[in-house]
Design a protein around this ligand. Structure first.
Ligand code: 1CP
Length: 339
């Protein structure tokens, strides 16, 4: 269902999955992760398999998203990165100069045997449920590498982008190669779709995105095009960038909750699928409100016709969310969209 919708083929109902569906909202996740650091858990195929399957079992979503993190390939090429609880990715020595760039070597297929193994286990177990592979886009990865961790303002990132355009171009070029290699490893192991997360690209004005980010992200989409798997492109707060993110080469554009899908359809242009875009915070409201809002999303998606919509939240599941509300939402979307 998910793959057919991503290819804009007719579907009996709208498929649904949730960004960050695997993770802290689930008690069974907290249980298996107990005492195991985040990055270590990403390198243990048995755990990756179990955590990826948990939301599929519990919610009946139409796709699994591979349990990993956007910084895992950076770790694999030797960057000193850790994921700190309550903070996110932290880089010990940020990348800020031409010399620093030398530390970012290419990602080789043999660098991540644990990814290939985990995906192999998963594909066997998942049967007909597709597995979505993913990677961080060059801009979002660069923001962590340059800032040294999460940022609200991206001042060091933008200082390099505006002030040292050649260094910036070399950095995002290298990241495009690493990201392409990471996606290829996942597809070759059995992932049947990929999502490129440019989570923080919304910090940029369209002209700057076009100049400083679009070429590198386009390279990533071109690198995986020959595999023919659907490619999704998503970022938060990217209302003004949807046309450019579509242009980068996505088959499906992920939309956050700020732009109604009928408007997003005009921005991404003809022939593209849409993914989204219920405000995650709606899940904290009573069930009838969740259903009214979900119906509004389904209705707005009609702008692209009967197919091509993948229901999702406008960003990730939040740790304090009631998992039962998510399970109910999956059932509701299936029922309300039945054709
Ligand atoms: O200990 C924990 O449980 C840590 C929380 C956590 C989890 C569950 C992190 C730290 N990463 C992940 C897994 C993860 N990360 C997945 C697979 C799970 C799923 O989606 O079901 C995915 C797709 C990601 C991708 C990711 N990591 C993104 C892009 C998606 C998005 O949310 O926009 C980003 C920006 C990251 C960085 C990151 N990793 C972790 C955190 C808390 C963050 C964000 C920190 C920040 O605000 O910058």
């Amino acid at each position: 269902m998910f793959l057919r919708a991503a290819r804009r083929e007719p579907v009996p109902h709208t498929p649904v999955w949730f960004m960050r569906q695997a993770g802290r909202s689930l008690p069974e996740y907290r249980k298996v992760r107990e005492g195991i650091p985040m990055l270590e858990s990403c390198m243990r195929p048995d755990l990756v398999k179990e955590i990826t399957l948990q939301p599929v079992r519990r919610h009946g979503v139409d796709a699994a998203i591979f349990f990993s993190d956007i910084v895992v390939p950076l770790k694999a090429v030797g960057i000193d990165v850790d994921i700190k609880p309550g903070v996110g990715p932290v880089i010990a020595d940020p990348i800020r100069t031409v010399e620093d760039l030398q530390r970012l070597r290419p990602l080789e297929p043999d660098d991540m045997p644990y990814i290939t193994e985990a995906i192999g286990l998963l594909v066997d177990e998942l049967g007909t449920t597709p597995l979505i592979g993913f990677a961080g886009a060059p801009f979002t990865l660069a923001s962590y590498l340059i800032e040294g961790g999460p940022s609200r303002t991206y001042e060091n990132t933008k200082a390099m982008m505006y002030g040292e355009p050649e260094l910036w171009a070399a950095l995002v070029e290298r990241l495009a190669e690493i990201t392409s290699a990471f996606l290829k490893i996942q597809i070759e192991a059995g992932a049947s779709a990929v999502q490129l997360f440019d989570s923080w690209a919304g910090a940029l004005a369209p002209d700057e995105y076009r100049r400083s980010v679009l070429p590198a992200s386009t390279k990533v989409f071109e690198a995986v095009a020959p595999y023919g798997v659907p490619r999704i492109h998503f970022g938060v707060n990217t209302g003004e960038l949807l046309g450019l993110m579509s242009q980068a080469g996505a088959d499906v554009v992920g939309v956050d909750w700020r732009v109604p899908l009928n408007l997003a359809a005009e921005r991404v242009g003809p022939g593209k699928g849409l993914q989204g875009n219920l405000d995650p915070a709606v899940l904290y409201a009573p069930t009838h409100v969740v259903e009214t809002k979900a119906r509004e999303v389904l209705h707005a998606a009609q702008a692209i016709g009967d197919s091509g919509h993948i229901f999702n939240l406008g960003h990730g599941v939040m740790p304090s969310m009631d998992p039962d509300a998510l399970t109910r939402l999956v059932a509701f979307v299936h029922e309300a969209s039945a054709r």
